[in-house]
Design a protein around this ligand. Structure first.
Ligand code: 13P
Length: 255
């Protein structure tokens, strides 16, 4: 197996941060710092910031994503945004199934699956998030939880469609806590996900499949995490709000 079959993807998840004006300023700061990246660079931003982000990133190597999308094309779903709307707006990426959606907004494995389906139907690239909570890790059921989340989310996704999916393994206990998974812990679960992809789609598909780690990844720990065989990038929260820190992670992924 050859890790170089996979181009790393460093994606920022801004969560509920930045106004359109702040978005423009931060992306202008980031652009020159990540211009030489030898990895894909994505920034996922609040809906309200998408246009400002795409305008600021135009002509650069930074691609823009949303942080969620609904499964229906349109209809009576107050406060939601459909995958088709994102596509029509020119947004290429979308995060689906983030643990904060699962934890605070009633997202289930089945609604995650429905959103993935809609996003792929609309032609979006999906960053699918999976990960165990602390009590599940302590029980020793991380593998079962992450495998079930992955398999349900991908139900009905063809091998061809899989090319538009990447998975972010984000242990919930490591998100926003400053407590990072060790490189070995991150790699262990990313390898479990890759083995599942191999079982579902074959070894070639698994060898090409990008799996990110997320959870307190920062400019200090990124290099070691990204050096792991099965870790092909990062989904970065807090550190993606600071241009220099995000750029250092991009640099670490480009080596
Ligand atoms: P932090 O990097 O702030 O821990 O957030 C990780 C995350 O949830 C990215 O989606």
């Amino acid at each position: 197996m050859d890790k170089s079959l996979r181009k790393p993807v460093i994606a920022g998840n801004w969560k509920m941060n930045n106004t359109p004006e702040q978005t423009k300023a931060l992306i202008e700061q980031m652009k020159p710092l990540v211009a030489d990246a030898d990895c894909d660079v994505v920034l996922c931003v609040p809906y309200i910031d998408l246009y400002a982000a795409m305008e600021a990133a135009a002509g650069s190597n930074i691609k823009i994503g949303a942080e969620n999308c609904h499964w229906a094309e349109k209809g009576a779903f107050t406060g939601e945004v459909s995958a088709q709307m994102l596509k029509a707006a020119g947004v290429p990426y979308v995060i689906i199934g983030h643990s904060e959606r699962r934890q605070y907004f009633g997202e289930t494995d089945v609604t995650v699956r429905n959103r993935v389906r809609a996003a792929l139907d609309a032609g979006l690239k999906v960053i699918l998030c999976v990960g165990e909570v602390l009590s599940e890790r302590k029980l020793g059921i991380t593998s079962q939880i992450v495998s079930a989340q992955t398999e349900i989310a991908l139900a009905g996704v063809s091998e061809e469609e899989l090319a538009n999916v990447i998975i972010a393994y984000e242990p919930v206990w490591a998100i926003g806590t400053g407590e990072t998974a060790t490189p070995e812990q991150a790699n262990e679960v990313c390898a479990i996900i890759r083995a599942l992809i191999a079982r579902l789609y074959g070894k070639d598909a698994a060898d090409r499949f990008v799996i990110q780690y997320g959870g307190s990844m920062n400019d200090g720990n990124a290099a070691e995490l990204l050096a792991q065989y099965d870790v092909d990038g990062g989904l970065i929260g807090g550190a993606s709000l600071v241009a220099e820190k995000f750029a250092k992670i991009v640099e670490a992924a480009s080596k």
